[in-house]
Design a protein around this ligand. Sequence first.
Ligand SMILES: [Zn+2]
Length: 457
Amino acid sequence: MKLTFCGAAGQVTGSSFLFETGSTRFLVDCGLFQGSRTTRAQNYAAFAFNPKQLDFVILTHAHLDHSGLLPRLCAYGFSGPIYTTPATRDLLGVLLPDSAYLQEVEAERAARHGREFTAVYSLQDAHAALKLVRAVPYDVPFEPAPRMRVLLRDAGHILGSAIAEISIEEAHRTRKIVASGDLGQPGRPILRDPTPVTEADVLLLESTYGNRDHKPLDRTLDELVTALQRGFDRGVVLVPAFAVGRTQEFLYYLNQLTREGRLGELNVFLDSPMASEVMRITARHFELFDEEARRAAQLHASGRSAVRLSVTESVRDSMALNRLQSSAIIVAGSGMCDGGRIRHHLRHHLSNPRTTVIIIGYQAAGTLGRRLVDRAATVRIMGEDVPVRAEIVTLGGFSAHADQSALVAWARNFARPPANVYLVHGEPGSAAALGERLAKDLGWRTHLPGQGESVEI
Ligand SMILES: [Zn+2]
């Protein structure tokens, strides 16, 4: 069997892995490349295979760096099923059309300014991809091809996120491939912990935070309280957040801190056209939550929530937020500041030294969010150079990804070392550091694949 790393090899975006047996050809994930111009250029490259000859896709979760090239796959002739969880199917219904729409807007803007920009795909392609989705609940085996059995396990990363366990019978022996997808940090509210897996011959393991541990949650919450108190006294607080991901968790913490009396009354503006839709989807999949989250949701429903949350949907409401002077938190997407309404808010507020920007999620190399974390003096937003005078606070402890210790702990569940372990979805330093820890603690031999590399497994 041949495995080709079509993306997320030596980088965090563009997750896509091609498996070819004698009779079947399938992908695990088909993600968008996000970040610098050179990274994004890969979205336009020809697929390493003929999409018409692809039998099916298994999708681990809805984040665009895993799902965002599915419409392009369809535009190039793919017409097989896309297997994923019911919650991921629902989230894709919002995310893929939005991704196409943002590209069309970008193309129009570029045309107005005489720049060259081609949308990676159209709204029509996004809807074509959605038609191919087949939802399979967690832990229910299915057979996408003869002699092949797949199970999706809860990965605890975002709503609907899955680890894929794939058993393939070839030449009278069965081999098990496990693709971790993105793994969540255990012990967090709302989502469950990543499901332990005990057996694999081939393991594809994410390594986003392979080189470090998150600060303990208590310390992160202390830092959040300090940053918010300071920020409120001075001006507006901006929080770039993924519409799908830790936004709900962040709101949950704000609520908890207010109830504990550590924060005063809060005005939170959730400025994301997707946010209310995602909240509705989240409510539909209540069965996936853990106990704590159900309790919090009940409080919210009973009107005893301490946070005053306003959801702005129209552009006019969003613009009106520009008039806010202080004591308000604006939470807006996109999470890495490379699109969405957060860019308008940043353009308006970054040059003001009274503004605080709180970064709560992973910022890929080359994104505007990463430049803020790296303390750039000036950034370019919508064709305008904006000096960064705002205070930038980075809080790593809210990450949706397992940290180094959590990844090693998850790997420890395997009864014996998988014969082939590939560290993917990490910048080279992170993947290498995780490889060293796995060698030292568990005696594992790991491989860091290169972009486009093929291996026999
Ligand atoms: Zn993800």
